[in-house]
Write a protein that binds this ligand. Sequence first.
Ligand code: GYE
Length: 328
Amino acid sequence: MFKKIAFLIVFASLVLAACQPAAPAATQAPAKVWTYKDMTVGVLQTGSEGGWRAANTKSFKETATQLGLTLKFYDSQNDLAKQVAGFQQFVQDPEVDVIVLQALEVTGWEQVMKDAKAAGKIVVVSDRRIDGLEGYFVTYIGADFVEEGRKAGNEMCKLLEDSATKNVWELVGNVGSSAAIDRGIGFRETAAKCGIEVTKSQTANWSVVEGKQVTEAWLKETKDVQGIFGQNDEMAFGAIEALKEAGLVPAQDVKLISVDATGGAFQAMLDGTLNVTVECNPLLAPQVYEAALAALNGETLPAWIPSQESVFYMDDPNLKDVAAGRSY
Ligand code: GYE
């Protein structure tokens, strides 16, 4: 009997509780509306390997000051282990709200991405994509490197249209980076259409010095080359020096195409030593910070926010004015 009464009392109180109207909205703490001034952003930079990177770093630092957000800038010195350690550091830093990854390589991010998610950090991947791990970062902001490679392949086809042989050498970025992998894929896709053969391909780590050394070594083996594809401006500059020292005329005897379109590339085109440069926009910070703020305020972002890019030509009659109007 006693048990029945006890059960009825418990049951009645449960029914009563369920019928209680929800607490008026006024008492629930309104979701925090983030502003740039509330944000602390940890940026994991690759290193300082050239003109593009310098413009990219400047974009992050200057835009942070303009917006009034707190920036923690980590220079990975082009060392993957250092970049992973920097990521962990930002995960453990209670002040950091957002982590921006500019990945040296496409793999190696699984554990730290999981740790960041567990720690409630917003992660934005910018500049260079990584493999997989969708759901662990809110968006990728950066270029279509495959398309950049395709553009370079199409331009090399035009430059070698009347050439009996179409042997092209490729100076590649750092091994394992999405920029290097994808530009190579895109270039081969379109270059093959006009019978171009990539007869030599080697990393020169985005650098002028290595671009020159690699090209010099190849020129010692053979001078049967009609075009050089530098996956960035700096490596193409190195090739230009090597060609000159080998008695070849850059952009005439050997056609040259680079990617980035930094100020140095415009100067090389004005000097008549570089035929074409395919733009890769380094000024990513405004889009990155905007996306981070939107994500902190609960917005869902597109998986990829591509940057807008063009192609520039040595034989453009307005090249001088175009070059004068460039901001990097
Ligand atoms: O092309 C190169 C830099 O990630 C797009 O990195 C960037 C590349 C750029 O070292 O100059």
